[in-house]
Design a protein around this ligand. Structure first.
Ligand SMILES: [Zn+2]
Length: 299
């Protein structure tokens, strides 16, 4: 199983004052190895996206601001973290990892990124901790290289994939599906091709039941690849999520997605997305389940 991992750009390697508020990207690979779900050979280190790949999705104006460090204070505040050039490099590697995973998935059925799922980035700006939109970049690149004709994005992070929805609003080759907390960030939702808002506090069974629309959508759209955003901020323990799922519910969610894709012969590439439970063990366990379930179902 191929897993994208950019250890140079995880928590401990970033300059002081520019570190992300959690170290799940360091802890998850260690737990996957410790639990015997993967071996060192499963990991690969993605190279950075090229500028051409970036501006196939993002505007040259936005890219130039990132490259030259000339974002306005307002733009940096919207991004949600203090700007540093190493974070641009980090973003280029992580989004490239998602693209590489998608290409591996086309051959092997599944591939996952330790990071990614930066669905709040728009073409012309960043937002909500998202600088580059990895799924949008990946979809555009796969289409440009004519590796696929139809992409389906299944975004089950608790927050709406607003940047992704906006970027592909007028693009029939990319179908955007977002299931998210109706009352959660972003307050102003964009229009995905299919939005499935859920109420605060929704529990396992009701959530898993609501998901059952997805196989019908897959059958209608007949994508050549699914890009799956497996955020674990759907957990009841999440500080931002407001939903009521258990870790087992989150695992059953992942099983459904992978089983549907596998049974329909559709490759699936995964980005991790959010996860903000108070106890970091809950975050790591839930993300690790995604990787374990993928391995069990595809290998
Ligand atoms: Zn989220």
């Amino acid at each position: 199983m191929k897993i994208a991992y950019s250890p140079v750009y995880t928590y401990n390697k970033l300059p002081e004052g520019h570190r992300f508020p959690m170290d799940k990207y360091d802890l998850l690979p260690a737990q996957l190895l410790h639990n015997g779900i993967v071996t060192e050979d499963d990991f690969f280190h993605p190279i950075a996206l090229t500028e051409t790949q970036i501006i196939r999705t993002h505007t040259p104006e936005y890219w130039n601001k990132l490259k030259n460090g000339t974002l306005s204070r307002h733009e940096i505040r919207a991004l949600g973290f203090p700007f540093h050039e190493s974070l641009v490099e980090r973003g280029r590697h992580i989004a490239s990892g998602t693209l590489a995973c998608a290409k591996f998935a086309l051959n092997e059925g599944v591939s996952l990124n330790i990071a990614g799922g930066t669905h709040h980035a728009f073409a012309e700006r960043g937002e909500g901790f998202c600088m580059f939109n990895d799924f949008a970049i990946t979809a555009n690149e796969l289409l440009f290289e004519k590796l696929v004709n139809q992409v389906m994005i299944i975004d089950l992070d608790v927050h709406q994939g607003n940047g992704t929805a906006n970027i592909f609003a007028n693009n029939n080759a990319v179908f955007t599906f977002s299931m998210h907390g109706e009352h959660n960030y972003p307050l102003k939702k964009e229009k995905s091709d299919y939005d499935l808002p859920v109420e605060d506090g929704i529990e396992d069974d009701a959530y898993l039941h609501a998901m059952e629309i997805i196989p019908t959508l897959i059958d209608n759209i007949r994508p050549d690849i699914v890009l799956y955003l497996s955020g674990v901020d759907i957990l009841a323990t999440d500080k931002l999520g407001r939903l009521g799922l258990t870790k087992n519910g989150s695992k059953r969610r992942d099983e459904k997605i992978f089983n549907w894709c596998k049974s329909k012969n559709i490759p699936v590439a995964v980005s991790m997305g959010g996860g903000y439970s108070t106890n970091i063990k809950d975050i790591i366990d839930a993300h690790a389940n995604t990787f374990e379930v993928a391995k069990d179902i595809f290998y």
